[in-house]
Design a protein around this ligand. Structure first.
Ligand SMILES: Cc1cc2nc3c(=O)[nH]c(=O)nc-3n(C[C@H](O)[C@H](O)[C@H](O)COP(=O)(O)OP(=O)(O)OC[C@H]3O[C@@H](n4cnc5c(N)ncnc54)[C@H](O)[C@@H]3O)c2cc1C
Length: 406
């Protein structure tokens, strides 16, 4: 085993969107930071039909403004100005217009590869950062004031020392396991089918949420002439939808969605994501913290996973600044961190968990509630909708923590 012979103030395991955002957040810190990412940099593909997109809330926009990178992100962001909620087989539905509620825009859709490109170009300029990739974290050893971290790089085991270990390594976090932190898992027996479609009529920055007999369907504006699709299906149906040829899939989709956007003319590769929730039972140990999906992985129904992870980053960076990056204050800081992050993450987890039940096509009482919910939203006053906006983090990218992070 070779000693990489270095001491780092902070070692971040995982260079996904959350880990990379943390690195950018630490750009101006006096800390020596190391990022370990097990995957080689993925090649960026630019076929619009195959792009994955992430819905960003306005509070995430503000955080990226603070990080100084929003302008670059905004070059590929599509604003959402209106939400249309409807149910197959029921006339009417509900509409939330951003302009009428002074929340314009409601949120943004941004291609993941663009987010990653902006974050990577920032990270490449940082003098206080070292990156090892592909390098996988294999083991940790508790030491005074920190950890010795063992990782594999080019088939060789190497070690570094750190005062703060950050697990940003996703739902199946190795860091969580190595820290001995247990997690609660829940499987929803549903998968989200994700793809993009080409549309005939302009989307006019409208996001559609439609409850169909085949499961809830979100059609979200991405670029001119294109929308992203998230169609939640019971697990046993998923293969069928993945195997359909493109024409058959578009016809089935068209039947469920209707012709609001004209005729669908092309569809991208389809991928299915089994839906589950994983919640770490603790967020911290001495000199160690879990953030992003490593801390909590939520059902994408509410488009909150990354937004929530970004709030983890925001809180951690602010606390580190408050403690002037002094390692002797880290443990006290981590206790405060856990206390501060709990209400937000628990709120989002409860909410997404509840929404999956309401969105489940098989649940009869949920169907009633859903129909009621769709009509209820349509009949709300502006003030009531504003309350709803603050309290419901549905896929409509509503800000759960707008006030806190505003
Ligand atoms: C279908 C779908 C749609 C979604 N839509 C939205 C949305 O609209 N809005 C939103 O906010 N969220 C959305 N999400 C959630 C969002 O994608 C995630 O919450 C977010 O990407 C998590 O980022 P992360 O960096 O925490 O984890 P990950 O993206 O999982 O990154 C973890 C990284 O750690 C690396 N890693 C793992 N183990 C090791 C190791 N041992 N050593 C080194 N590196 C390691 C991995 O290679 C990976 O790069 C969606 C999710 C899905 C599935």
């Amino acid at each position: 085993m070779s000693e990489s012979n270095s001491n780092f103030d902070i070692v971040i395991v995982g260079g996904g969107l959350v880990g990379m955002s943390l690195v950018v957040g630490l750009a101006k810190s006096p800390c020596k930071v190391l990022l370990l990412e097990q995957n080689p940099t993925a090649p960026l593909h630019d076929n619009i039909l195959d792009l994955r997109t992430t819905g960003l809330t306005r509070s995430s926009e503000k955080m990226f403004v603070q990080l100084g990178i929003w302008k670059k992100i905004a070059t590929a962001a599509t604003a959402i100005e209106r939400l249309d909620i409807s149910e197959q087989g029921n006339f009417g539905g509900a509409r939330i217009d951003a302009n009428q509620h002074n929340i314009s825009p409601i949120g943004y859709m941004v291609p993941n590869h663009h987010l990653m490109k902006v974050l990577s170009s920032e990270v490449a300029q940082l003098a206080n950062l070292s990156v090892f990739s592909p390098a996988s974290c294999e083991a940790i050893e508790r030491q005074e004031n920190g950890y010795k971290v063992t990782f594999k790089l080019d088939g060789e085991l190497k070690q570094v020392r750190t005062n703060l270990l950050v697990g940003a390594d996703g739902a199946n976090s190795k860091v969580r396991e190595l820290l001995g932190i247990t997690a609660t898992h829940k499987k929803y027996q549903q998968s989200a089918i994700i793809t993009n479609i080409q549309i005939q009529k302009p989307h006019n920055n409208i996001a559609y949420e439609r409850f169909t007999q085949h499961g809830p369907l979100a059609v979200l504006p991405i670029q001119q002439d294109y929308c992203a699709l998230i169609w939640t299906q019971p697990e046993k149906e998923v293969e069928h939808y993945l195997q359909m040829d493109d024409q058959c899939f578009m016809q089935t989709l068209q039947k469920a969605f209707g012709y609001r956007l004209g005729k669908f003319s092309a569809v991208g590769r389809r991928a299915a994501y089994p839906l589950s929730m994983t919640a770490s039972d603790d967020l911290t140990r001495e000199h160690a913290v879990l953030i992003g999906n490593a801390a909590q992985t939520v059902h994408p129904v509410a488009a909150q996973g990354f937004n929530l992870g970004l709030r983890d980053v925001h809180t951690l960076v602010h606390m580190l600044i408050e403690k002037q990056f002094k390692p002797e204050l880290f443990n006290q800081m981590l206790v405060e961190y856990q206390q501060q992050r709990q209400p937000d993450r628990q709120h989002v987890m409860r909410l997404t968990d509840g929404l999956t039940r309401v969105f489940s096509p098989q649940v009869w009482p949920a169907k009633l509630l859903r129909g009621f919910g769709v009509r209820l939203i349509g009949s709300l006053s502006a003030a009531q909708r504003s309350v709803l906006r603050r309290n419901m983090g549905t896929r409509y990218l509503l800000d759960l923590e707008n006030d806190t992070y505003g």
